[in-house]
Ligand binder design. Structure first.
Ligand SMILES: [Zn+2]
Length: 317
């Protein structure tokens, strides 16, 4: 399952990786209490299992990708834009609520798992996946393995600082990359563009802003171009630190095309350390939410196998 801002996306796989069913449901509120979100997830999983005439309890494991700072080892969510509370043992809460082992990780990590398992990263041992949705995420595959950091706080590309005392970010700090390139950052500035109604639907307002930029509105263009320049600077910093073979820009929504543009990638190339070798390849990979969910399912398959091996070991002892 992928938990995104406005919906839950689920795929049901068997142990061969064969897709048996999919389910998507809208979330009325982008931010919920952990208990409310767990209940919603329980309902969605029951509908998913019901599609093939099964009970939810027959599911061996549920992998979940969520935005935020997640300690995957123990399912602990330090912070997530989807949850109204911090420091939640969300994996344990879900496992209790659903009666199914639940494995939770940062969503960008699970996209990196998916790219490595069956996407553009299959042939690569060192690559980065940058995800652009309502926030900016990063998954790092180093030496063939996902790198998570030690406290679940690694790969917070969206919260690397690009400006001293800069714009306020939803994480509570100032000057984060996300506070300049995410949709909510664009919206904050969009109210300055003529004809923008601050009470209108946020997705519509972003669209209006991007349309105005394409149509040549100077204010709108400067907002969008600035987001692109800051994003390019962030990418160049990643290249200068990691020197990856490949950077995959993964997103779903066409609305972020201004961040995937040739101008942005060219600006990045100009800001990386120059050597007599080709710069890292940058590719755009537009996944649907269900493909992100497949990454979560691939993670669950791994974890369920691990659990089974542990149980075998316990029984043998
Ligand atoms: Zn931040």
């Amino acid at each position: 399952m992928k938990i995104s801002h406005h919906k839950l996306s689920l795929v049901l796989l068997d142990f061969e990786g064969e897709q048996l069913a999919t389910e998507e449901c809208d979330l009325r509120h982008p931010v919920s209490s952990p208990e409310d979100l767990a209940a919603k997830i329980g309902e969605a999983v029951a509908r998913l299992a019901g599609q093939i005439g099964r009970a939810p309890g027959e599911i061996s494991g549920l992998g979940i990708g969520i935005a935020g700072i997640v300690e995957a080892n123990d399912g602990f969510v330090h912070w997530s834009p989807s949850l109204s509370a911090r420091n939640i043992e969300f994996g344990a809460l879900l496992t209790r609520t659903l009666g199914v082992p639940c494995f939770i990780d940062n969503d960008a990590n699970l996209v990196a798992v998916a790219e490595h398992a069956f996407g553009l990263g299959r042939e690569h041992s060192d690559f980065l996946v940058v995800t652009i949705e309502s926030g900016v995420g990063l998954g790092m595959v180093i030496g063939g393995a996902l790198y998570r950091g030690t406290r679940g706080c690694g790969a917070e590309f969206g919260h690397t600082k690009v400006q001293l005392n800069g714009a306020l970010c939803r994480c509570g700090q100032r000057g984060c990359l996300e506070a300049y390139v995410a949709d909510y950052a664009l919206l904050r500035e969009a109210t300055l563009v003529s004809g923008q109604d601050a009470n209108a639907d946020p997705a519509k307002r972003v669209e209006t802003l991007l349309d105005a930029a394409r149509a040549g509105d100077a204010t709108a263009r400067s907002i969008v171009e600035r987001a692109g320049q800051i994003f390019a600077m962030g990418l160049a910093n990643l290249v200068n630190i990691f020197d990856p073979e490949l950077i995959i820009l993964a997103g779903e929504q066409m609305q972020f095309d201004h961040l995937y543009s040739d101008a942005v990638i060219e600006a990045m190339r100009k800001s990386i350390v120059q050597v007599d070798k080709a710069p890292p390849e940058v590719v755009v990979h537009k996944w649907g939410d269900l493909m992100w969910a497949r990454g979560a399912a691939a993670y669950a398959l791994d974890k369920v196998s691990e659990l089974a091996l542990e149980r075998l070991g316990e029984n043998a002892a």
